[in-house]
Design a protein around this ligand. Sequence first.
Ligand code: 5GP
Ligand code: ZN
Length: 113
Amino acid sequence: MAADCIFCKIVAGEIPADVVAESEHTIAFRDINPKAPVHVLVVPKVHERDAASLASAEPAVAAELLAQTRVVASQEGYEDYNLVFNTGENAGQTVFHAHVHVLAGVDVSKLFL
Ligand code: 5GP
Ligand code: ZN
């Protein structure tokens, strides 16, 4: 656990979160500031600064994280969904504990992609 990491604190149960799914190495909870009808964050229980670092350090956990996105979307009633990995401060990353945004019910015509 990294000191002063908000997601480590959520993983440890030290601060509350609306948890929607859990697997051996990941936890999924609703984003506090949802940007879509479904906006869930899937995070590894282990602390890594971003998803690419997680993939380098713990590839099996990164794969589990990716697989969990479908579990979450499906649980929320969506077969189709978008994933966002903000990586680095200049790309909008604000929490430096690896996570993926699972977004569903988004009007894709409004995405910048
Ligand atoms: P980033 O911009 O780093 O990819 O996304 C971090 C996300 O974490 C943001 O969408 C933000 O709303 C969410 N977030 C920040 N603090 C908390 C918190 O304490 N609880 C929850 N559930 N979400 C948080
Ligand atoms: Zn952390």
